[in-house]
Write a protein that binds this ligand. Structure first.
Ligand code: NDP
Length: 296
């Protein structure tokens, strides 16, 4: 039996529609939500990502400002740009496209973001908020993974979720979100023994590794939902996920493709986070001020 295709483009369109409605509501109150995208250097993949985010944000009704800086930008100059955006009342979301060129300290830049505007959810206060189950901004890719499952009514509570990968961008926050949603979570990484054996026990299998087709068909439990986060460039220029899609779809109950799966979901959740940030900043600034205070 072939798996149900979890179509990221379709699911992203649903999110974007929801965001548009939120943006319209804000605009009705005279608030124009603004997103600033900061791109340093000329990494080709980052250029493509930034272009896509810029376009999607404009379509959703955001005011978008893309700040392009040369790869030779000094840490202090980048920090000054972030400071300005932090203070700018017209900017509700700031995204600094990672990775930064060599010589720039990404952690220090992320730490300097106003956590209320940190739409990537990477600021330590947002990471802590996730771990503590408090209000904050959650990272976009993990949010996209859950959103697509929710839209297909695939239950998380009580399910055994296996997450392969433990990065701060994907695997770790994803595992916390799954736990928050009452899944039983196993997190695997490069030191995990018997990856295949663990993967085979998953009701929900998430691959966020960065190795083309590492997850083979026989790693998949019959009927499992498979979410492939990986984006790997093949020698022929094509994109491949971390999962062997053709083999996996014969066993899985549902599966995301690459491309057209979690990629579009990530952008949609960035828009969703930006609308959320704008609403929180504009509609109830008081409690969040305390959070900012704590950052200093
Ligand atoms: P990282 O390289 O930061 O993390 C990879 C993780 O995979 C690490 O935890 C690493 O373990 C683990 N790993 C590496 N090799 C193995 C192995 N042989 N067996 C088991 N685990 C292994 O990558 P990211 O999390 O940033 O990204 C993962 C993938 O997702 C990439 O392909 C990336 O391009 C893609 N991606 C896609 C996005 C989207 O929008 N669809 C967004 C973000 C990322 P250890 O910690 O032990 O080193």
């Amino acid at each position: 039996v072939s798996a149900v295709l979890l179509d990221g483009k379709a699911a992203a369109a649903v999110v974007r529609e929801r965001v548009r409605a939120g943006v319209d509501r804000l605009r009705g109150q005279g608030i124009v939500p603004g997103l600033a995208v900061v791109l340093v250097g000329d990494d080709p993949a980052s250029q493509v990502y930034v272009r896509n985010k810029d376009k999607a944000a404009k379509e959703a009704g955001f005011e978008v400002r893309t700040v392009r800086l040369p790869s030779t930008t000094a840490q202090s100059d980048l920090a000054a740009v972030v400071r300005e955006l932090n203070e700018d009342r017209g900017v509700h979301g700031i995204l600094v496209q990672l990775p930064l060129p060599r010589g720039l300290d990404a952690a220090r830049i992320v730490d300097s973001l106003d956590p209320r505007k940190d739409v990537d959810g990477l600021h330590p206060l947002n990471v802590a908020a996730l771990a503590l189950g408090r209000e904050g901004l959650r990272p976009c890719t993990p949010l996209g993974c859950l959103e697509i499952l929710d839209q297909h009514r695939i239950p998380l509570a009580g399910a055994h979720a296996v997450v392969i990968g433990r990065s701060m961008l994907v695997g770790k926050p994803l595992s916390l979100l799954l736990l928050e949603r009452n899944a039983t979570v196993t997190v695997c990484h490069s030191q995990s023994r018997d990856l295949k054996g663990i993967a085979r026990t998953a009701d929900l299998l998430f691959a966020a590794v960065g190795r083309a087709r590492m997850v083979q068909g026989d790693w998949i439990r019959e009927g499992a939902a498979v979410v492939d986060v990986g984006i790997n460039r093949e020698p022929d220029g094509k994109l491949a996920g971390d999962v062997d899609f053709e083999a996996a779809r014969e066993r899985a109950g549902a599966i995301t493709p690459v491309p057209g799966g979690i990629g579009p979901m990530t952008i949609a959740m960035l828009l969703s986070n930006t609308a959320l940030a704008a609403a929180r900043i504009e509609e109830r600034p008081a409690p969040v001020q305390e959070m900012r205070g704590a950052a200093r």
